[in-house]
Design a binder for this molecule. Structure first.
Ligand code: S3P
Length: 164
């Protein structure tokens, strides 16, 4: 991979990943999408029918596989939380870029769509708590942290390009 994007749900990993790939004329891979295609079910259905544990195992396997491919990889918001993935992300030579948005911004964004099992299950306070707990773990595996709240997608891309 040329770069891996990490960050909480709603932090812009997919949007920025697509733009970045377009800019570099390379492919964009969304880890959630890879999982959905592999299983043939939506993320909601995987969580509901097979459980989060099984989703996490698959996420780990497919992350490991994707890291050897070319392109830009957007991970899921929970990917860096698993110790085995934290290890993979720390030891890879690929730059890991953290997109960090405020709790208010991410909550506003994710409440608009119901495709995320954790959003459907948790209250706003719980979501903000989860973000706070995870923020340190995101930072631990990141080579570059971008605070995105005041930036346009183009400005975010312009900060990432010189680093990859
Ligand atoms: C998750 C984030 C989601 C998806 C799954 C679990 C999480 O990815 O992997 O719903 O644990 O934060 P996005 O960050 O792309 O929404």
């Amino acid at each position: 991979m040329k770069a891996v994007l990490v960050g909480f749900m709603g932090s812009g990993k997919t949007t920025i990943g697509r733009l970045l790939a377009e800019n570099l004329k390379t492919s964009h891979i969304d880890l959630d999408q890879v999982i959905v295609e592999h299983v043939g079910k939506s993320i909601n259905d995987i969580f509901e029918e097979e459980g989060e544990q099984s989703f996490r195992q698959l996420e780990h396997r497919l992350l490991q596989q994707q890291l050897t491919q070319d392109g830009i990889l957007s991970t899921g918001g929970g990917t860096p939380i698993m110790p085995a993935n934290q290890y993979l992300l720390r030891q890879t030579n690929t730059p890991v870029i953290l997109l960090e948005a405020s709790a208010q911004t991410v909550v506003q964004r994710v409440l608009r769509d119901h495709s995320r099992p954790l959003v459907n299950k948790l209250s706003i306070t719980q979501l903000k708590g989860l973000k706070q707990k995870r923020d340190a773990l995101y930072r631990e595996c990141a080579d570059l942290v971008i605070k995105t709240d005041q930036l346009t997608p183009q400005e975010i891309i312009a900060r990432i390009l010189p680093k990859i």
